[in-house]
Write a protein that binds this ligand. Structure first.
Ligand code: SF4
Length: 303
């Protein structure tokens, strides 16, 4: 792995672009991030890529488009190793939460090597605070991958925290297909899986909604398919990306929360769901930390 760029703010997020296999087709991004509201010794976040580009090509994500296959488990872990190597071993051993998010370029469930990386992760890093986090649109072709993930969650991580984030984005099937153009597991299937997954550890499965204007979010539909004991709701803005602009998508969350967002959150609460509203830090957009942007910049598509 060869680091070819680094940008950002060490107080918030630094985005690396790395070249693998000595070839510009194999560029990925990864991120060394911290939560500015939480002391550095409490939380450290590394966000890694799992594919060279992404075959899904979601309407709001710059990682899609070009796709050149999956990273190997060692290539995935080398991103974590690079971030960790920049700090003392003491930091890794003492940080309360060391989150490794499989959430940058690529759909993790479409790369079997992600499962190997998850198996190797706890033995590779002396990080008692390790929390793996997998973010997925849950392609229906990956059903066997999800069964194996469940087995790893149970047999490798036991009762330790393990975060699964399901990108739901809308409760309307047509809107989901427009935003995430790949055959996906249905909400009913995901609800059943969330119960099985959360039964093996302390964390609820997170149902992520990147709110886009005009894309329905109906808490009643969520409640029909998901059990609030096994799933929580996370609402974020739709990040400004080149692709979302091309697709005419606008965030449904502005600086001040519109009343309908407030009402959606109250309704989720009434139905028993924990709801997290995560606006993020506006600086993240200005440093280009949204998925796929840094690689596009290197390739000259952003000036
Ligand atoms: S959001 Fe995830 S699945 Fe969709 S294109 Fe981006 S990386 Fe791929």
């Amino acid at each position: 792995m060869e680091i070819i760029s680094r940008q950002g703010d060490p107080e918030l997020a630094e985005v690396f672009v790395a070249r693998f296999r000595g070839n510009d087709r194999f560029l990925v991004e990864f991120v060394d991030a911290r939560d500015p509201d939480v002391p550095a010794h409490e939380k450290w976040v590394v966000i890694v890529s799992t594919q060279f580009g992404c075959p899904v090509a979601c309407a709001m994500c710059d990682a899609g488009g070009e796709y050149h296959g999956g990273l190997s488990a060692e290539e995935i872990l080398s991103q974590v190793e690079h971030v960790v190597s920049r700090s003392s071993a003491d930091r890794l051993a003492s940080v309360l939460k060391f989150k490794v998010q499989f959430a940058r370029m690529g759909e993790p469930a479409l790369n079997p090597a992600v499962l190997d990386a998850l198996r190797l992760l706890p033995g590779r890093f002396n990080a008692p605070g390790l929390i793996p986090c997998v973010a997925t649109v849950a392609p229906s072709s990956a059903a066997p991958w999800f069964e194996e993930l469940l087995s790893i969650r149970r047999n490798v991580y036991g009762g330790r925290p393990f975060q699964l984030q399901l990108s739901i984005n809308s409760t309307d099937d047509a809107a989901r297909d427009r935003l995430m153009p790949v055959p996906k597991m249905s909400l009913r299937e995901l609800g059943a899986y969330a119960i099985r997954f959360s039964g093996h550890g302390p964390r609820k499965v997170s149902l992520n909604f990147a709110m886009a204007r005009g894309m329905a979010i109906d808490p009643g539909v969520v409640a029909r398919h998901f059990d609030p004991a096994s799933a929580c709701v996370k609402i974020t803005p739709l990040n400004p990306t080149i692709r979302s602009a091309e697709q005419g998508l606008k965030s449904g969350l502005e600086a001040c929360i519109p009343e309908d967002v407030d009402e959606i959150m109250r309704e989720f609460g009434r139905l028993g769901f924990d709801v997290i509203l995560s606006i993020g830090d506006a600086r993240e957009n200005s440093i280009g930390s949204n998925c796929g942007m840094a690689v596009r910049k290197i390739k000259g598509e952003v000036r």
